[in-house]
Design a protein around this ligand. Sequence first.
Ligand code: ATP
Length: 366
Amino acid sequence: MSAFSRLRLDGVSRRFGGQAALTELDLTIEAGEFIALLGPSGCGKSTALNCLAGLLPLTAGSIWQDERRIDTLPPERRGFGMVFQSYALFPHLTVRANIAFGLRMRRLPKEETRRRTAEALRLVRLEEHVDKLPGQLSGGQQQRVAIARAVVFEPSLVLMDEPLSNLDAKLRLEMRTEIRRLHQSLGLTTVYVTHDQEEALSLADRLVVLREGRVQQVGSPRELHTRPANWHVADFMGYRNLWRGRVTRVDDAVVTAESAGQRLLGEAVGDLRTGAEAVLAVRPEDIRVDGAGETRNALSATVEVVEYQGRELAAEARTDTGLLLHLRTERRIAPGDQVKLAVDPRRLLVYPDGPAHRPEDQGATR
Ligand code: ATP
């Protein structure tokens, strides 16, 4: 269906007055890919999407669909489908009419409009609701109409800006699967904006992580999950335990770092020398609570807080050296328990410490 084989963003930048919202975004999207733009609030995700859509002019850079420059075209001439957080359906039109609207505007033959509308209704499983008005539908159903409306004219690219954020947790999960299914069955190319790392990991073929308008990392879900490129990305990807230390030894990728008198072995991500200030990062689920007998990266700690979360417990424990760690475990632990923690050195990532935004106090996590 895609009318191009490659979409290329070349140094795409956007400023608002004196403030840079997006700085030199370079990205090549292959036809059929599902790309997630991910990052905290204000990092420039929507700005990037709106630049692609043609809703915002670029301040610098260009966008190319194969050999054709498109950033100078108005939105309607780019032929992209769009789905936003608010469904923006016509309240006085039925589900069927809402979906067919774009096709009518494009003056498609009646029979073709009817056929494509029926197909889109089937895809989003709304056949039973064709004659209802948007006000008679649930939030999830309304978002399905918005998605059907965006894909019904077989766009070369579908842009989605936090389409699930108005839905409750259960619906969000259902619609997530639905969106992935649609992407696959229609062979769409999709760019999807979200601040939810789990949503991005589960949906996308590749993730683009932004921070303060700049790309931090582009990679597969697996790469982002296991090897965030810097500690800001690690922080965003669920490495809840971040603390500072100093490198005392480097053996290729294996480094020894010392923090509050505790020596730990980890994997270096980036250039680290002996004596360098470092940031250590580990996910709560990568800290073992049954670490007794473990000689490497063993930590004695006291459990402080425990939260019940179904099969697992989420807990906070303070090591004897004063480090507060977030854990997840299936073991039944309780506040006051003494525990032996251990971290596989391959799961403890050690980053060079950047000058900006250091984790809070030495030895403490947030
Ligand atoms: P969110 O997840 O909160 O929607 P975002 O990552 O999509 O955030 P953007 O909406 O792209 O972020 O905003 C990036 C930066 O540009 C922010 O600092 C924002 O305040 C600024 N910005 C966005 N739109 C405008 C505008 N129309 N005028 C001035 N500043 C803007």
